[in-house]
Design a protein around this ligand. Sequence first.
Ligand SMILES: [Cu+2]
Length: 169
Amino acid sequence: MRKFVFAVLFGLSFAAQAADVKVSEAWTRATAPGQDSAMVQAVITSKQAAELVGVSCACARTAELHSMVHEDGMMKMRQVESINLPAGEAVDLGAAGYHLMLMGLKKQIKEGKKIELTLTLRYQDGKTKRVKFHAPARALDASASKPMHDMPAGGNHDMGNMHGNMHQH
Ligand SMILES: [Cu+2]
């Protein structure tokens, strides 16, 4: 009997820890020489309800979670503390109006290369989990796979410029 209980407990804890966070469709965009920042998109699925609370990349001095909002007819980016990840739901950051922002890039991101990022998730019990993933770099002028609505034509270029301008210190 005792053996059986142990087996069940072990099974449960293993299930809780095994690949319970999936990151898919991750991508970033190749950067122009001297470009200081880049954005990363991804679809994140967490089996347990969690919050995305951070991102980091060895390729950049800092990385933040950003939202994009319309304000006075302008598109503005803002740092957000966290992004909600409902249990089992695939959260498409871009479609939800978010992106991961890399600032202070240490070197140019070349098309076809992958950058490695680490997400930090926080669960409702306060525990955190780090999840590594890779984002391949699309061509500088490639358009997003899912066009962001509310974006004017050519918005991708404008956004690139906006990032550059907003994050220069
Ligand atoms: Cu941004």
